[in-house]
Write a protein that binds this ligand. Structure first.
Ligand code: S3P
Length: 441
């Protein structure tokens, strides 16, 4: 089957209400925590993408049963010591840095050596950011230059640690929290602000964890070895997946979109804050609290007078997965936009900062890069009419989706390869752009 799509028409005006699939970060955390709970958990609206399905298959390898029943996944956890860590088990993480890093934390007490492997993209990413703190607990980890495959054997004598998480990485913070769940005594983490779904889920399960919020970081303390019971959870919509349609609406004429029930946790809505500073006027309506998370409907309309931004660095973490699509808005806004300290972007599923610079140049946008900072010269009149072939982006799902949005909002004749990349995070992406009127083949 062909693995590309062609887009030859800009999208015309639409007025729609849509729902996006479940949040990926929360889905993976739900699967993992349900696998550690005692008894049955029911997870509704779980994202059915490859990253999450690989998480489910992996817990099954570790002896945890799950089934899909109607509209929920039922997962039968066996408690904090419940994984069956037989010899020579290989865990396949696919494309998911989140799952690979978090499962390492949960293998803190594995009896035998377990090997974690991933796909081509994940196999070049750095794991020292998690293996270093995990080794401090007494866990034995072996790898070649901190890349996958990582071999991990737990310990019967885990010791709690004090850890300073400086990158603003929720994956590192969560891997340490997960290892601490297995460890007697109190683990203390000082963590630069990042998404906090793990902490909120554990709090909602009444696990003994405290979080003291300071301006730029959180102090997290937790007491290990407390079992918790199975739980029910309804995963809200994914703000990262929503961001593509938010930008499509902003850049298309006479359009309006309502996205129902999206997770708008403060640690995730950097994209909305940044776009609103660029004059986007995105509204959040029907705000609700759910198990510590905040959800709402998102309302967005077309905007012709977007302006450039000097993006404050303290929004980087909360918008980390959305910069590709934000850069597209900067390209169409009036004036110069600057984004700084984006080194972490090059450590994602592909080197996204490098790819973004090349992409923007290839569609005629003036862009300057200095180390990890970029400057984009916006042009509200930007319209494309050439031929654009997008390939060799390491099958990065977000590069694929951003390219589709560029095609649908800027014009030109596009052929975008590696369509299957969307399966890792958002298999319904193409169905949804079609619903908004996109003609693709
Ligand atoms: C994620 C954290 C972020 C993000 C990733 C998902 C998570 O990575 O980019 O897509 O679910 O914890 P870092 O922790 O490396 O910043």
């Amino acid at each position: 089957m062909k693995n590309y799509i062609q887009i030859r028409n800009k999208i015309t005006k639409f007025r729609k209400k849509i729902q996006v699939s479940g949040d990926k970060s929360i889905s993976i955390r739900c699967v993992l925590l349900a696998s550690q709970a005692i008894g049955t958990s029911k997870i509704y609206n779980l994202l059915e993408s490859e990253d999450v399905l690989n998480s489910l298959k992996s817990i099954k390898k570790l002896g945890i049963n799950y089934t899909k029943v109607n509209d929920y996944y039922q997962i039968n956890g066996l408690g904090l010591a419940g994984y069956k860590t037989y010899k020579r088990i290989k865990i396949y993480a696919g494309n998911s840095g989140t799952f690979a890093r978090l499962i390492l934390g949960l293998l803190a007490n594995s009896k035998n050596e377990i090997t974690v492997v991933g796909d081509k993209s994940l196999s070049v990413r750095d794991f020292s950011r998690v293996t270093e703190p995990l080794q401090k607990f007494g866990i034995i980890i072996n790898s070649n230059k901190s890349k996958l495959p990582v071999k991990i054997k737990g310990s019967n004598y885990l010791r709690p640690i004090n850890y300073f998480e400086k990158l603003g990485s929720a994956q590192c913070k969560s891997a340490v929290i997960f290892a601490a769940l297995k460890t007697p005594g109190k683990t203390k983490i000082k963590a630069k602000k990042s998404r906090n779904h793990t902490e909120l889920l554990l709090k909602s399960l009444k696990f003994p964890i405290t979080v003291v919020s300071k301006k730029n970081y959180d102090i997290i303390e937790l007491e290990g070895q407390h079992n918790f019971n199975g739980f029910n959870y309804r995963v809200p919509g994914d703000i990262s997946s929503s961001s593509f349609f938010i930008v499509l609406t902003l850049l298309s004429k006479n359009s309006q979109l309502i996205i129902k029930n999206v997770n708008v946790n403060k640690s995730r809505i950097g994209v909305i804050k940044i776009l609103n500073r660029m004059n986007a006027k995105i509204l959040l309506k029907n705000k609700k609290k759910y198990k510590g998370e905040e959800t709402s409907d998102i309302i967005v309309s077309s905007k012709s007078n977007l302006k450039g931004i000097s993006c404050p660095k303290n929004l980087n973490s909360a918008a980390i997965d959305e910069f590709l699509i934000i850069f597209l808005v900067a390209a169409k806004a009036k004036g110069i936009s600057t984004f700084k300290n984006l080194g972490e972007l090059n450590k994602k599923e592909s080197p996204r900062l490098n790819i973004a610079v090349n992409f923007l140049k290839s569609i005629g946008v003036r862009v300057k890069r200095k180390n990890n900072d970029i400057k984009i010269h916006g042009n509200p009149k930007l319209e494309l009419n050439g031929y654009y072939h997008i390939k060799n982006f390491k099958k990065d799902h977000r590069v694929f989706m951003m390219s589709c949005i560029a095609a649908l909002s800027l014009g030109g004749k596009w052929k975008i390869y590696d369509k299957d990349s969307i399966n890792s995070s958002f298999p319904n992406f193409i169905k949804t752009i079609k619903k908004l009127g996109a003609k693709v083949n």
